[in-house]
Design a protein around this ligand. Structure first.
Ligand code: PGA
Length: 247
């Protein structure tokens, strides 16, 4: 049985005080949930969130660089994230791919480095609207999954979480429906089975993401292949995020 995982992606929102307050409230309100709950906060809040000593909620970052250390102005290493108490790191989010021109090769290096230091990557994959209309959804997610996970050992694959986020559904209020998302996620799991063996593929948690709200989360969570959600906008508000965790 895979433990469901619901992660909030705060993107570039919340100063330290706001982040700490939200995390404190959330931690209390979801304490009895069977779901694994993660907040992926901006870098500036990570050490304060760790110092807060949350019990239930786990802490993640939204990006990192693959090098160990060196002359990489503006970048943050996997070891630095681990040092401030992160357990997870989102990698290859579509905003990183589109706005910051990250490609599968770079994302793969980040995935490998995260695993090397014991961070759990949340690898994001998903198609654009044009790709969906052209019937390329499956090809795109299979290719992003395969390239993003190149070189990962079968023993470590269960540390990886995959987030299937159709790009046209992110922040738009448009969502995929449970059945369609389940089908795409099933094809991601088949890809994992080919790459890592069926037994290992069954252990990997695959989330849906894209305009997840308290009112639509159940539709996704009731699908057999969907193991949780990556939540952007609705994770910024404690009431909404708790409503999602307690679907
Ligand atoms: P959204 O964002 O929930 O605001 O659509 C999801 C994401 O980008 O991870």
């Amino acid at each position: 049985m895979r433990t469901p995982i619901i992660a909030g992606n705060w993107k570039m929102h919340k100063n330290v005080g706001e982040a700490v307050e939200l995390a404190r409230q959330l931690d209390e309100m979801v304490a009895d949930s069977a779901v694994e709950v993660v907040i992926c906060a901006p870098f500036t809040s990570l050490s304060s969130l760790s110092a807060l000593g949350v019990n239930k909620v786990k802490i993640g970052a939204q990006n990192m660089y693959f090098a160990e250390a060196g002359a990489f102005t503006g970048e943050i290493s996997a070891t630095m994230l681990e040092d401030v108490g992160c357990e997870y790191v989102i990698l290859g989010h579509s905003e990183r791919r589109e706005i910051f021109k990250e490609d599968d090769e770079l994302i793969n290096k980040k995935v490998l480095k995260a695993l090397e230091v014991g961070l759990k990557p949340i690898l994001c994959v998903g198609e654009t609207l044009a790709q969906r209309k052209a019937g390329e959804t499956e090809n795109v997610v299979v290719s992003q999954t395969t390239k993003g996970l190149a070189g990962v050992s079968p023993e470590l694959i269960e540390q990886v979480v995959i987030a299937y986020e159709p790009i046209w559904a992110i922040g738009t209020g448009e969502t995929s429906n449970g059945k369609d998302a389940n089908e795409v996620i099933a094809s991601i799991r088949q890809t994992l089975a080919k790459l890592f063996g069926d037994e290992q593929a069954q252990k990997v948690r695959i989330q849906y993401g894209g305009s997840v709200k308290p009112g639509n989360i159940a539709e996704f969570m009731e699908q057999p292949e969907i193991d949780g959600a990556l939540v952007g906008g609705a994770s910024l508000n404690v009431k909404d995020f708790v409503g999602i965790v307690k679907y």
